[in-house]
Design a protein around this ligand. Structure first.
Ligand SMILES: [Fe+2]
Ligand SMILES: [Fe+2]
Length: 389
């Protein structure tokens, strides 16, 4: 069912928000399964641990036929809770027909191996990349259905329900893939949009952001990967009403929109490593140079230079000093270094001091494996004929 009119969509959102699970829930409310949308159940657990797993059960029903699918069945320590909660809904855990697995991590899909032991023909659905690793859990190749084999990454089940698969490469695994349940408009996103802590309830509030930020900064490799995935979410038709990640709170409404926006700009993984490493090297170079200035040129010259770092108070200092040491650069590191070099130009200094300063700057950069600045490069010097031909 495709919704096109604005009022129709608003009515749908309102209906979704009226679901019993949407209200603020505490740990006691979460002892049983929660129906988050018609025939979609949260069957995970909340114990106030740092990284909690969400497991979802989707029951597709039509004309007396039922297909039961578990999404990200979790690690062995969640098998009891899954068995108990799903069993209450579908009678027996052996009635699970399909296990969808977002990516290969044990916290996501290891239980699929136990489920397939109990029902040998239970189908595992994942991408080829994910399969190549999860098969080592002891899963049966004969009952693997590759997401990559579906034309246009879409499939219609015998009950008439359409599913769409959205690969999210490098979020955080190359073969990670989200599952979009078109009828309910719930997007099962795996680790993407997952979060640590702060999510004792089932639905994310603004308080969950910190946990989402920490989780992504630790586990997502690079901002571009997240941006690609979010672009794919924004392109979905119809738009998702809720995003159900494998960790943390379920997102919907304004919180969902805000988190997507914030995540789009968040530096993560390599972005942080790269920034920090370069910045640290420049700060180190500046501190080495300042130390040498003190001992080779003298305290009074050092004081003159230091004075230049302090801006008039109307604007933050770009180079932050603490007890004669630079502790931070608030612009990008290379720009900060250039500002520092400019501050070394003290009017009326002798050529000898200028030469020492230049030598200190070159050494500071080279000792910290940083590139020389334009004016240090030797291209500007003419070739000198040293020996007669
Ligand atoms: Fe993961
Ligand atoms: Fe995970």
């Amino acid at each position: 069912m495709a919704l096109t009119g604005k009022t129709e969509i608003e009515a749908e959102i309102k209906k979704a928000l009226e679901k019993p699970g949407v209200k603020e829930m505490n740990i006691d409310d979460l002892k049983d399964a929660v129906e988050i949308s018609d025939n979609i159940y949260w069957v995970g657990e909340r114990t106030n641990s740092v990284l909690e797993r969400n497991i979802y059960l989707r029951v597709f029903k039509n004309a007396g036929q039922s297909i039961n699918m578990v999404i990200d069945p979790g690690p062995p320590e969640d098998l009891d809770i899954l068995t108990r909660k799903a069993g209450k809904i579908i009678g027996d855990i052996r009635n699970i027909h399909i296990a969808f697995i977002n990516h290969q991590d044990p916290d996501v899909g290891m239980n699929a191996a136990y489920l397939q032991r109990m029902r040998s023909k239970m189908m595992v659905m994942a991408t080829d990349d994910t399969w190549r690793l999860i098969r080592f859990y002891g899963l049966n190749q004969q009952y693997f259905k590759s997401v990559n084999s579906f034309k246009g990454y879409q499939v219609v089940l015998p009950t008439g329900h359409a599913l769409k698969f959205i690969p999210t490469p490098f979020c955080h695994f190359k073969g990670a893939c989200m599952l979009y349940d078109i009828e309910s408009r719930i997007l099962f996103s795996g680790d993407l949009l997952g979060g640590t802590g702060g999510a004792s309830g089932l639905y994310a509030t603004d308080a969950n952001w910190e946990g989402v930020q920490i989780f992504h900064q630790l586990y997502m490799p690079i901002k571009e990967a997240i941006q690609r995935a979010i672009d794919a979410i924004w392109a979905l038709e119809p738009k998702p009403i809720a995003i159900a990640p494998q960790h943390g709170g379920i997102l919907q409404g304004a919180v969902m929109e805000q988190f997507l926006e914030r995540l789009y700009r968040l530096p993560v993984g390599l972005d942080l490593l790269r920034e920090d490493k370069v910045k640290f090297a420049y700060i180190n170079a500046i501190n080495n140079i300042l130390h040498e200035i003190k001992s080779k040129i003298g305290e009074s010259f050092f004081a003159k230079v230091q004075k230049k770092f302090h801006i008039d108070g109307s604007f933050p200092d770009l180079i932050k000093l603490k007890e004669d040491m630079v502790v931070d650069i608030s612009v990008d590191a290379m720009t900060g270094f250039k500002i520092f070099v400019n501050a070394l130009t003290v009017e009326g200094e002798t050529q000898e001091i200028k030469n020492i300063l230049e030598m200190l700057v070159v050494r500071g950069l080279l000792d910290n494996n940083l590139p020389l600045m334009e004016f240090h490069k030797d291209e500007e010097f003419d070739e000198v004929e040293l020996f007669e031909a």
